[in-house]
Design a protein. Structure first.
Ligand code: BGC
Ligand code: NOJ
Length: 471
């Protein structure tokens, strides 16, 4: 037997439905269609094939992790068991990151996505945080001001070029805020992305954070008295802010270097030299003001006080700045990267993965925002974010500790968690956004599977850094 389940919106005379049914009205037709479908996926997922001798690893890399990357590319963070639906739209930051796990699958669709995303950028390099996939317009409700956003466009575009060699994409004319009268080349969009950071530096020469960086819940200019207020959209106090992000600084060094390399390949030597000066200055600023002695500081708050420092009582160390500054190899020669990653091992590593910060926040800090409103051990308050664990894996490969990277990989990789499925709870073949951390009620319990940047980052870490196969 075969059962047919379908849907059509032209249901008055059932014409469409009948046509579809006719395509599958014998077992032979169904078998043939299924064979075609299998072939489609085998071909698509076969673009990257690993034969490692480790059955679990092969299963993740060859099938499930890639499949999840396809799903996140298609659905972004829209309606699901965990996310609130089209209100979120396509994230500027999220969609660029999703590309690193997808670009080798269907590069033409990645190309189109890059142009769509870039079309929502503002002429000064800032961007709408989200856009709606149908209208392709930026979301006014949430607006912009997330100062990490522009840099992700450099990651998305460069990943695409590395995979395809299609430098032609850089010549595409792309509007700003969907206004064709101010269209410029995609390359120029990357330049304004780069410049947006240097035009928004704080008192230590580090990037101002704006509403938040990758961590939606580190809202250093929000100052909300009302827990029902949307922390991300509110900025109650930003005049004269000193809130800077060391994470964005690390990102700037990495994607700034990629931008420089791109300029050199395009023969733009003056632009490369100009950019190099800014990247060098950022590296100096991180070493001077972003180093806490044993690890990298996370941020400076509105008043200019350190966050993620031994000076703090709670939130002494955060994963993001350790990940980005070690991926950027900042202070590698001076031993900073080794120290930083040793501190991660000592203070953030657990049986189930690396927690986001430690100690967890136990009370609300108005100057930190939403992060301190979550229960300890969950979400951005010391949960194990499977999205940023790969940053540490990659950092470990930068200092040559591949074995440690592999250990971290296995800790959160679903195929290796089958034996603890009763605790872990989500599908043993899909990455979750987070796993409850050591301070939680039930450490090891996972939440928010499927629609998360975790898919792309783990795929990127295992294929390009742990296995070391780079396009
Ligand atoms: C995300 C969380 C984030 C929250 C911010 C959710 O949809 O899953 O990671 O903390 O939005 O408001
Ligand atoms: C989920 C959001 O979609 C993403 O943009 C953000 O970086 C993470 N949460 C961490 O806060």
């Amino acid at each position: 037997h075969s059962f047919l389940v379908g849907y059509t919106w032209e249901n008055i005379n059932k014409k469409k439905a009948k046509e579809t049914i006719a395509k599958f009205d014998t077992v032979a037709k169904v078998d043939a269609a299924l064979a075609d479908l299998r072939k489609y996926w085998d071909t698509l997922l076969g673009n990257y094939t690993l034969d490692s001798g480790d059955e679990k690893l092969d299963r993740m890399v060859n099938i499930w992790n890639q499949y999840q990357c396809m799903v996140t590319f298609c659905f972004s963070r829209s309606a699901s068991f965990f996310e609130s639906g089209i209100g979120r739209g396509m994230g500027f930051r999220d969609s660029n990151q999703d590309l690193v796990g997808f670009v080798h699958q269907i590069p033409e669709r990645a190309r189109e996505r890059i142009i769509d995303i870039a079309s929502t950028q503002f002429p000064d390099g800032g961007c709408y945080h989200q856009y709606q996939p149908l209208t392709k317009r930026g979301n006014n409700d949430i607006g912009g001001g997330f100062n990490d956003d522009p840099l992700w466009l450099i990651l998305g575009t460069i990943s695409y070029i590395k995979e395809t060699g299609d430098f032609g994409i850089l010549q595409e004319q792309v509007p700003f805020d969907n206004d064709w009268s101010v269209a410029r080349s995609l390359f120029d969009h990357l330049s304004v992305s780069f410049d947006h950071v240097i035009k928004n530096l704080g008192p230590h020469g580090l990037p101002l954070i704006g509403r938040a960086d990758w961590n939606d819940c580190l809202n250093l200019n929000c100052f909300s008295n009302d827990p029902n207020e949307s922390f991300q959209t509110a900025e109650n106090k930003s005049e004269g802010t000193k809130a800077e992000s060391v994470m964005i600084a690390g990102m700037f060094v990495i994607y700034g270097q990629d931008y420089i390399e791109l300029c050199k390949r395009l023969g733009k030597t003056e632009e490369a030299a100009r950019a190099q000066k800014h990247v060098d200055a950022m590296t100096v600023a991180v070493k001077k003001y972003g180093w806490d002695g044993e690890w990298f500081v996370r941020a400076y708050d509105y008043y200019g006080n350190k966050i993620g420092s031994r000076e703090n009582e709670e939130g002494k160390i955060f994963i993001e700045s350790q990940g980005w500054c070690t991926m950027a190899a900042i202070g590698k020669e001076e031993g900073m990267c080794h120290k930083s990653l040793d501190a991660v091992k000592e203070r953030l590593d657990t049986k189930y993965g690396i927690v986001l910060n430690n100690p967890a926040f136990t009370k609300y800090y108005i100057e930190y925002g939403e992060i301190s409103s979550y229960p300890p051990g969950y979400k951005e308050n010391a949960g194990i974010f499977c999205h940023n664990n790969p940053w540490i894996m990659i950092g470990e490969t930068v200092i040559g500790r591949g074995e440690q990277a592999w250990e971290y990989y296995k800790k959160i990789c679903p195929a290796y968690l089958e034996d603890i499925s009763d605790l872990h709870k989500t599908e043993p073949y899909v990455y979750s956004q987070m796993v409850a951390g050591k301070d939680a009620f039930k450490p090891g319990e996972a939440k928010n599977s499927w629609l998360t940047g975790t898919a792309a980052w783990n795929y990127y870490a295992i294929t390009q850094f742990i296995l070391g196969i780079k396009p």
